[in-house]
Write a protein that binds this ligand. Structure first.
Ligand SMILES: CCCCCCCC(=O)SCCNC(=O)CCNC(=O)[C@H](O)C(C)(C)COP(=O)(O)OP(=O)(O)OC[C@H]1O[C@@H](n2cnc3c(N)ncnc32)[C@H](O)[C@@H]1OP(=O)(O)O
Length: 217
């Protein structure tokens, strides 16, 4: 889209397409509980996106605060141990049942690579149409972590995650994300990933993942 030295066309980059493609997308066909939980996290994600876009009046702020506090109070007695929780642990859902990071929807995954799309909604805005610089490593950790842990490998932890921001990463656009294994050496696995907006490289990362020893937290 751009040749060396040319500025990208910001009017294209910053256009809000109105898409919210990763809401209500229980694409992996989970059970009824998963479907219901997916609906819940979709609704929560939608709320955060709309809150981020809105400029509510004081009265509405007060009433939303009361509604949210009431919902939180309803969850209070339902807290369970980490191993029994649902949030972020539903691998049968595209979103993993979480709203902390944007959903990475992987169309192709094998032992050594993964690729798909990611969509940062308004909630992930840093400024001037660009995704917050902290949300991008979050997504890289998500895809690299999933690949590092794929195919029956022992659980891994991120030892380092180096991110280079090459061009702004626009909100409200469907972006391409790719990850691949670079090398394996004993417990150490190096992986890289990129995010592109069409042919513009937005950001790239390298991560070192270490296989955990039995009993290692
Ligand atoms: C499904 C969704 C997936 C989401 C995935 C998310 C994954 C995560 O984010 S995990 C959370 C973030 N990461 C962490 O909290 C990790 C905290 N750190 C640790 O727990 C430990 O330091 C850990 C496990 C990484 C390594 O510790 P340990 O197991 O004792 O290994 P250690 O012996 O120190 O190092 C092993 C090798 O890695 C190397 N190494 C370790 N850390 C680094 C580093 N930061 N940079 C370069 N090399 C390193 C060591 O030099 C050593 O190399 P060699 O074997 O050649 O001598």
């Amino acid at each position: 889209m751009t040749s060396a030295g040319e500025q990208p066309d910001r009017t294209v980059l910053l256009t809000d397409t109105g898409e919210r493609p990763w809401r209500s997308a229980n694409l992996y066909g989970g059970d009824e509980y998963s479907a219901a939980y997916d609906e819940l996290t979709n609704a929560l994600g939608d709320f955060l996106d709309r809150l981020a876009e809105a400029r509510p009046e004081t009265e509405l702020i007060a009433s939303m605060t009361e509604s949210l506090s009431e919902l939180a109070r309803g969850l209070d007695p339902l807290a369970v141990a980490e191993r029994d929780r649902v949030f972020g642990r539903r691998t049968d859902l595209v979103s993993r049942g979480q709203t902390m990071s944007p959903t990475v929807d992987l169309a192709e995954v094998d032992d050594r690579s993964a690729s798909g799309t990611v969509y940062f909604g308004p909630y992930f805005l840093g400024g001037n149409g660009a995704v917050h610089g902290g949300a991008i490593p979050l997504v890289f950790d998500e895809i690299l972590g999933r690949l590092a842990n794929a195919s029956g490998r022992p659980p891994q932890r991120t030892a380092y995650l180096n991110t280079d921001f090459r061009s702004i990463t626009p909100v409200n656009r469907t972006l391409t994300i790719r990850a691949w294994l670079v090398s394996e050496d004993g417990r150490k696995r190096v992986l890289r990933a990129t995010i592109h907006d069409q042919d513009i490289l937005c950001a790239e990362a390298e991560g070192l993942f270490i296989a955990l020893r039995p009993g290692q937290p």
